[in-house]
Design a binder for this molecule. Structure first.
Ligand SMILES: O=C(O)C1=C[C@@H](OP(=O)(O)O)[C@@H](O)[C@H](O)C1
Ligand SMILES: C=C(OP(=O)(O)O)C(=O)O
Length: 425
């Protein structure tokens, strides 16, 4: 797909539901008793993989697009799948499901696409094995496919080396089935959607600093869940409006949970004009309209405890940094290397091809902003965040930007190109 320079972006957009919350609504709804009705569910390929895995384990799920109904069967209501469970491209599905399967009295195989088969699973294999699950990497390289023989779990207090909501959630979910309390301490606070939603469904979860603990065998009860818009999807419109002269957009109903709002804090620190209106709170997940206007930006340093609060936004923030005066340093972000692609390498290679001054480091990137960018052929490496980042870069660059495998945006935002185009009219 090709992109060209536009004069401005203007208007309103409503981004689809949050991916992390949509996955969790299906998984936790399946473990609850009764029906969980989910509105504004993200109909992206990753969340559809989660639905299909739970249907294969005997959970009736009705997907009516505007509403998803999960007829949960309680903590012990899952049944063994007849086929290996296929998570597609979704790391969240693979890791959270590993935690749930660790607690089941049956054997399961979890697999996924070529990208997922290269992502590290040792980070869940280690704690779940410590709890007593039989969990092995079938190829023997710490990656999927995984074979999981669950049951007989012991509660542990795990100290994780990575700040990862997927690891934290896997351990908390296994903790639902343990013989005593389970706790996890992470180096920095990662997104807390699991804690909030499990608590709302009836689990006993307590959080103190970067430690979360959970009590086993709660009775979870299904209930309505409203999914706010995904700030990780809003990020592309935030960046486009800031970068492109004369732009102003209103992005409606965006989730602004403080464990996810790092992009707002960093953009403001760079000089961005972003205001919030219509702030609401739905079951502990706040949301607001974001009004974003073109701004003169300056470089900044992004590192430390803010990184987990903007980890998926770092590719588009790297693009934004090219349009800011001075130097932007991204550090402490080595996790970028183990996402759907190596996002440090892919950003450096593609932004360099467009004329940016960017250098990769062990744990991030250093960008000298202010050079004009020009079009190039961009290999998305089938990574949705890369494709969306360069679509936005293309709208602010001379010449033609051609994105290869552009349809990978269906993973988290199937209507992305249509929504972006509407704002350019
Ligand atoms: O828990 C989640 O829903 C997610 C956690 C993050 O991954 P890590 O836990 O690996 O940091 C993030 O990158 C991913 O898109 C979604
Ligand atoms: C890393 C991502 O997702 P996951 O880990 O679920 O594949 C992402 O959406 O950017």
């Amino acid at each position: 797909m090709n992109f060209h320079k536009v004069h401005h972006i203007k208007g309103q957009v409503r981004v689809p539901g949050d991916k992390s919350i949509s996955h969790r609504a299906v998984m936790f709804g399946a473990l609850a008793k009764g029906t969980t009705t989910v509105t504004n569910f993200l109909q992206g390929a990753d969340c559809l993989s989660t639905i299909s895995c739970f249907q294969q384990m005997g959970i009736p799920i009705e997907n009516n697009e505007s509403e998803v109904l999960i007829h949960g069967k309680g903590l012990h209501g899952l049944t063994r799948a007849q086929q290996p469970l296929d998570v597609g491209n979704s790391g969240t599905t693979m890791r959270l499901l590993s935690g749930i399967l660790a607690g089941q009295e049956f054997e399961s195989v979890l697999t996924g696409d070529a990208s997922i088969q290269q992502r590290p699973m040792g980070r869940v294999i280690e704690p779940l094995s410590q709890m007593g699950a039989g969990i092995i990497s079938i190829p023997g390289n710490g990656c999927a496919p995984l074979q999981i023989t669950g049951g007989g779990l012991t509660g542990i207090h795990y100290h994780s080396k990575v700040a990862s909501a997927q690891v934290k959630s896997a351990i908390l979910l296994a903790g639902l089935y343990a013989n005593g309390p389970t706790a996890i301490t992470e180096p920095q606070l990662s997104r807390n959607h699991s804690e909030l939603m499990l608590r709302m469904l009836g689990a006993q979860v307590s959080s103190q600093g970067t430690t979360v603990s959970i009590q086993p065998e709660p009775v979870l009860t299904g209930r309505p869940i409203q999914v706010p818009g995904d700030i990780s999807s809003a990020a592309y419109f935030i960046a486009a409006a800031l970068m492109i002269p004369d732009s102003e957009v209103r992005i409606r109903n965006v989730g602004i949970n403080p464990t996810r709002d790092g992009i707002l804090r960093v953009c403001r620190d760079m000089g961005a004009d972003i205001t919030l209106e219509n702030v609401i709170d739905t079951d502990g997940e706040p949301a607001a309209d974001l009004i974003v206007r073109h701004s003169r930006l300056h470089g900044t340093v992004i590192g430390g405890s803010i990184i987990p609060a903007l980890i998926d936004e770092l590719p588009i923030l790297a693009v934004l940094a090219c349009f800011a005066e001075g130097t932007t340093v991204i550090r402490d972000a080595q996790e970028l290397k183990v996402k759907e692609s190596n996002r440090i390498d892919v950003m450096v290679k593609n932004l360099s091809a467009m004329g940016a001054s960017i250098r990769g480091t062990e744990d991030g990137m250093i960008i000298e902003g202010g050079l004009p960018l020009h079009g190039a052929v961009i290999d998305s490496r089938l990574d949705h965040r890369i494709a969306m980042s360069f679509a936005v870069a293309g709208l602010a660059s001379d010449g033609t930007t051609q994105i290869l495998d552009s349809d990978c945006v269906k993973i988290s935002y199937p209507g992305f190109y249509a929504d972006l185009r509407k704002l350019t009219l």
